[in-house]
Design a protein around this ligand. Sequence first.
Ligand code: CP
Length: 304
Amino acid sequence: MTNKVITQLNQVTDLPLPLFPFFKLCQSLKTKGPPELWRPFLKDKTAILYFEEVSTRTRLSFELAAKKLGLTVLTLEGGQSSHVKGESLKDTLENMAWLSPDVLVVRTAAPTLPKTQASIPTINAGTGATAHPTQALADLLTLFEAHHNALPPLAIGYCGDVSRSRVFQSHMRLKKLWPDLSVSLCAPTPIKNIPNYDGPFTYFSSRQAMAKKANVIYSIRPQKERSLNPDFKGDALTEPTQFYKIEPQDLTDSTWLMSPGPINYETDMNPSLLTHPRSLIPRQVENGLYVRMALLALALGVPQ
Ligand code: CP
């Protein structure tokens, strides 16, 4: 066990532990729950969750994670906060910090998280099109478990609206934690470059051709909400996304299928694939809970 503390988990590279001890902590929380030693330390701690953008999986798993740790949890949605009256994200977080919670969890359409003066540990639950570190860590833990607690070299083929996806951005940063990850894309053109990633990638114009080369097919839905955001600086979606819809014949007996959700079945994948034997999608959701428990505990500085 560890007593390292997160001050701001904005990217996967801010993880305060090496990858495998972090996975061990997540798995221990999954099989045994929080250690007894943590209970007296956590019982008076408070988490504020601020979700300026909508969410199902991330919000519920953070709330459940905080409750399983025994924290007092306050959740505020952007639409019910003074954001509606023109308060900036920085001011909102500053005001939350003045209430002295022990940890903040924030989802926003803004590209980065402002730091509060009070330096309350803050976890990124999704920022604009730039980062979704807890999803990327849940995905890598899921692949680790799918390979019997090992990470072989992985060839991941991303299929869909990659250039506007924050999950994709955080996956590219995973390469700093797991360099044996090769990247291919089947995505609406033009893919000129991948922000925050200067490594090699292979572009396929055919979904079927990409699927033949990938161990993992990772589906990314059309991120229509990004084009509506005036802060978004990326490419507009110029092609019909139905072109990237994954069908059962794209999977072999050794290909994994993943998606961060939500899934739009008309564009992303055949509905039968959600519970296909090669689908890791339910396990990604499950692991999101334990990754978030571990990150909250690390942010709170649980005792060894
Ligand atoms: N994967 C993900 O972030 O889903 P939600 O937007 O529902 O939280």
